[in-house]
Design a binder for this molecule. Structure first.
Ligand code: ATP
Ligand code: MG
Length: 380
């Protein structure tokens, strides 16, 4: 089986069972037919009969600290020793080692012998049986024995998971997902902290083609591997952008589009019960992301506006997008709704009052309503 560990720090009382149940559910969802079943055991999760894809899938589930392919035997010293020697023999066949250590732990068990006794007896059996050397400070292989209740898990390999908290434990959020590089990373980061995103994408149709929408569909599919699970919203805004270009100063256009996006996002949040809005903004990255402009745009939000990339450099964001697997999708060219009617003189220090005044020239409420009416909700 696969034995999964999570970080227990900060998990107390009712929090803990919520976390564990969400982790179990998300693991079962991620694994599908790739494993025989998922079971909670004290402080750990067991994945039974893992198929060839199971480990990869488990390592993308937030909340997983690490996963170890393990043998499970009854908590009996002779059985543990027999399993431990066999696990070490297979690890050696996989990748030869000269030195090793045994690390045994006990949890919620009435198994008699101490952990140290297990270390010594199994260590001796491996040393003699496989002709290996014990090195407790820098072993090339560590054979782990975890005795939990009436079972013992024996493993020689362990793979790091993504950490974080299971998707859904923090609650739903609306995530503004462009077809660019940053917002998929922002969405991923919030998912890693337990948020359950509802992606909202604005496109410029009929003034643009469908390329941005098609890219977002692929980005959402990629995020699905990490637990994205909600329908996403595809919303046309081209008509409203055209109206804004006619009614307002060109230097404020992009900021006015952003305020409209935020208002629509808030309306979606209201319908979906989402508690916050997420964007991929990063301080100073482009003209619309100066502190002044972030402030002038952000005032229209009534829910917390989460900007997980605000202090992250572009190079770091790109590296993260590559690791997540969204970069190659984002990097393709597309027709973006915000470059539609893009001004050559964007304001870098707008005020909220200036934007309020500009909005007096058109019907913001009507625009939000029109966007929502034309929205298409796409399931995965
Ligand atoms: P990204 O790489 O995510 O597109 P960016 O660096 O290009 O970000 P902007 O284009 O200024 O920055 O957008 C800032 C944020 O506003 C985006 O990260 C995203 O959250 C939101 N946003 C921008 N355009 C759209 C869109 N067409 N649909 C939904 N959200 C958008
Ligand atoms: Mg963009």
């Amino acid at each position: 089986m696969l034995l999964i560990h999570y970080h227990e720090i900060g998990l107390k009382g009712r929090n803990r069972s919520t976390f564990e149940r969400a982790l179990k559910r998300n693991l079962a969802g991620a694994l599908g037919e790739a494993a025989g079943g998922v079971r909670l055991v004290p402080g750990r999760v067991e994945v039974r009969s893992p198929g060839p894809e199971a480990l990869d899938r488990v390592l993308r589930v937030f909340g997983v600290a690490n996963a170890a392919p393990a043998w499970v035997v009854p908590a009996d010293l002779d059985m543990i020793v027999a399993a431990g020697v066999e696990v070490a023999r297979r690890a050696d066949a996989d990748s030869t080692f000269a030195t090793f250590a045994v690390r045994a732990r006990k949890a919620r068990t009435d198994f008699g012998p101490s952990s140290q006794r297990v270390n010594e007896v199994l260590g001796e059996a491996i040393r003699i049986g496989l002709d290996k050397r014990v090195d407790l400070s820098k072993p090339q292989t560590t054979v782990r024995v975890e005795i939990v209740e009436n079972r013992a898990y024996v493993s020689a390999q362990k793979f790091d998971g993504p950490g974080g908290l299971p998707v859904g434990t923090a609650g739903p959020v609306v995530s503004l997902l462009s077809a660019g590089i940053d917002s998929p990373v922002a969405t991923w980061r919030l998912m890693r902290r337990g948020a359950d995103p509802i992606a909202v994408h604005f496109h410029g149709q009929p003034f643009t083609d469908r390329s941005s929408e098609q890219k977002v569909a692929r980005i959402v599919a990629r995020l699905q591997a990490f637990g994205y699970r909600r329908p996403w919203w595809s919303i046309p805004m081209g008509e409203q952008q055209r109206e804004i270009t006619l009614a307002a100063s060109s230097s404020l256009r992009v900021l006015l589009y952003r305020r409209l996006m935020l208002r629509v996002a808030e309306a979606v949040a209201e319908r979906e019960g989402a508690l916050a809005v997420v964007t991929g903004e990063s301080l100073g990255q482009v003209a619309s992301q100066t502190l002044e402009n972030l402030g002038a745009v952000g005032v229209v939000a009534t829910r917390p506006l989460l900007r997980p990339l605000v202090g992250t450099d572009k190079a770091e964001i790109i590296a993260e997008a590559e690791r997540i697997g969204t970069f190659e999708i984002s990097a393709e060219a597309h027709q973006d709704c915000c470059t539609l009617f893009e001004p050559r003189d964007p304001a870098t220090r707008a005020s909220a009052a200036e934007l309020d005044t500009a909005e007096d020239a058109y019907d913001v409420g009507g625009m939000v309503k029109a966007c929502l009416e034309a929205a298409q909700v796409r399931s995965l």
